[in-house]
Every structure is written in structure tokens, then in C-alpha cells.
Design a protein around this ligand. Sequence first.
Ligand code: HEM
Length: 427
Amino acid sequence: FTSPTGCPISPAAAAFDPFTGPYQVDPAASLRWSRDEEPVFYSPELGYWVVTRYEDVKAVFRDNLLFSPSIALEKITPTSDEANSVLAQYDYGMARTLVNEDEPAHMPRRRALMEPFTPAELVHHEEMVRRLTREYVDRFIDSGRADLVDEMLWEVPLTVALHFLGVPEEDMDTLREYSIAHTVNTWGRPAPDQQVAVAEAVGKFWQFAGTVLDKLRKDPSGHGWMPFGIRVQKEQPDVVTDSYLHSMMMAGIVAAHETTANASANALRLLLEHRDVWEEICADPSLIPNAVEECLRHSGSVAAWRRLVTDDTTIGGVDIPKGAKLLIVNSSANHDERHFDQADDFDIRRDNASDHLTFGYGSHQCMGKNLARMEIQIFLEELTRRLPHMRLVPDQEFTYLPNTSFRGPEHVWVHWDPTLNPERVYP
Ligand code: HEM
């Protein structure tokens, strides 16, 4: 094997497979060899150059002209003709949103749509997030056993996402099925027979997004980011286009929902596996905000992101040709000893935890980061207060949806003795 630049490919680079095995178990650990020996390598399996060190990943995020985000939502596994014809039947037209939009279109759109993400606006959502969280905990608090993902961490961020976007709450179960399909479609490696089913779900999701958008257009006076976008479109139709609104109606649900659900599930798994840390935050909730940041660094929910190289360049001293595709592995960057001391340790007092690249960096950095932080903080505040004595069910195997980018355990089983619930002991 040689790379597109004619360089020999090392056995480790040739063996890199992000869809199975060690990367799925622990992406950062699976790429330690790369951070140490070959921080930028070509993966013949993927057809991507893989970037794994902190400084290099950050430098790529920083320059969105040389490293275009246009391929961020491209299907990483090319789909079969059959799947493509299914998508065509649904007029599937996912196009540019924000995350995959180039300049000069991106920045004016980002600015025009920023207001709902400002701290002053986010405050209005706090009560809704807390109310939902309490309702979901109420449902299982007396049962002594729960799958935190199925019974809370999946649904609450979905409901919050729908509220934030201004979508009516109905059709949640359908959406749940659809959004997973979008993840597999974009970042996964579905088998040929699975591809058609995935395409069906993606096509339906796309049509559903269009229906909801039409509903909102009839009365765009309501709260939420999509009605806000529809109102901005009236003033700035070239900045906020129809194609943007339809694409964002679909991509926005995934951006706001799965990222946060997975981040919360990662955080709960990590904290409960470090019992001493869990007990510390139960005793002192003021530790929670930095603990959230450290969870996002140590076990982030976006493991890798993508960029397209627009001109011949070098990354970490390696020549990279124009047109090359990059997989920038932010989960690996977050465990780089060159930036984080004892990077594999889980340390909720780490003073540079928030330097993590889980939200990306630079002009495309996640707009929803403070909404996500607020949600995870509230989940931890409520769970540490009401279920400090819960423990992970021993010997459970954590499973992950195979894909390069969206990462979180599919189930996190916990158990506890309900007679010891603080609200029963100290009513
Ligand atoms: C962009 C991660 C939650 C909305 C991004 C990017 C990442 C990311 C990696 C690309 C950054 C880049 O290219 O530099 C996450 C994670 C989340 C999360 C890990 C949860 C823990 C949310 C939420 C929303 C949201 C709750 C709310 C709607 C967006 C938007 C962009 C974005 C609109 C595009 C920004 C742009 O390109 O200008 N996010 N996200 N995200 N995220 Fe998030």
C-alpha cells in the first residue's frame, strides 16, 4: 500500500478501522500508537487522512478556508444504487446547514441565527429542562432499577431539542427511529441489505422535516430556533435560504438531541465507574460544572469530525494534497499528553478541562454548547440529589452504535435500594 502522495503505509495505519474493534470500544486509546508514532496517517480503509494530535486537530478546526467543512455531513460509506433510488423517491435533499457551509455564506448565516443561543435566551429554557428531568426521574425513582438511557437520557434531550427548535411534541417515537437512521446513514457503515431500510427511514425523516416546516411557516410567531429562522428569512432571504431551513429542520434535531443524549450517557457511565468522584459530586454539587467539562473531554460524544483540504498543505509536517479528506479525531486530541497532563486520568478539578475539542473549535464551534452544558449539569444535579446511592449494575457490557463520530453507550443500567432514597429517608 502507498498513500495518495506515494508514501508507504504502516501496518497500523493499514489496519485502522473505525467501524469495529478497538476504536468502537475507546477511540482515544485505540489511537495512542498514532499520537505517539504517526500523528497524521492515510487510512486506505476509509480513504481519509486521519489526524490525532491536539495541536494538529485544533489547527485544522481553526482554518475553515484551507480545511473546508463541506464534507462534514457527507455519507462516509458510499451507498448502493438501490439505497440512492429510495432516497430519490423521497426527494431527499439534505444540503448545507451551518456545520457544513463554506464562507462567505456561513458567517452571515451564523450571525443572523445566533440570538436564541445567547445566555440571556438560554435562561428561559432552564426551567423546562429541570421540570422534564424531574418528571422522568419521578417515573423510575421507586423502582430500584433503571436503564438511564432508555428511561431518561435519550428522551429528555430529544424533548428539549424539539422545544428549543420550536417543533410540536408529537411524533417523538417516529423521530427517535429516524434520527438513529440519519446517524448510521451519515457516519456508519450499514451492510448493503441494511442500507435500503436506512434509506427508507432517512427519506421519511426528510419528508417529515418538510411537513413540520410547512406547519411552522403558516404561523412562525412562536418560540424556538426554527420559527426564529423563518422570521429572519423574511428580512434576509439570501442568508437564510429554503434549502437551509429544510436541511436544518432535520439536521438540527440530530445536532441537538443525539450529541447531548450520548454526552450525558457517557458522563453517567464515567462518573459511576469512578465511585469516589461520584460521591464527591453528591457531597458538593458546586463541583458539577467542571465535572461536566471533564466528562466532555474524557468521554466526549463527538469522537471525530471531517474536513476537506482545499489546497496543497502540510499538517504536522506531513504533506497533504488538495482534495484530501480528513478525519480529525477530537476524542484522540482530548487525550493528548502534549496538552493535558495525565490525559487518561479522570480529574474533575483539571484546570484546563474546557480546552477539549468535543465542541469543535473556531468559526464553526458548536452553537449549542451552552444548552448542552446546561442539560448535562441539570441531569447531574437532579441525579446526585435524588439517587446518590445508585450504582452501575455489575458486569454489564456497554454497546455503541458502530460509526466514526457519534459516541455513547446504548444502555446504562443502574440499581439502588428505593427504601434508602433520600426523599423517603428525609421527606
Ligand atoms: C456544531 C458537537 C450539542 C447545535 C457542532 C460541531 C461539533 C458539535 C463537533 C462542529 C464544530 C466545528 O466544526 O468546529 C456537539 C456536542 C454537543 C452538541 C458534543 C453535546 C454535548 C448541540 C446542541 C445544539 C447544537 C444542543 C442545539 C441546536 C450546533 C450547531 C452547529 C454545531 C447549530 C453548527 C455551528 C456552525 O457550523 O457554525 N456541534 N454539539 N449542538 N452544533 Fe453542536
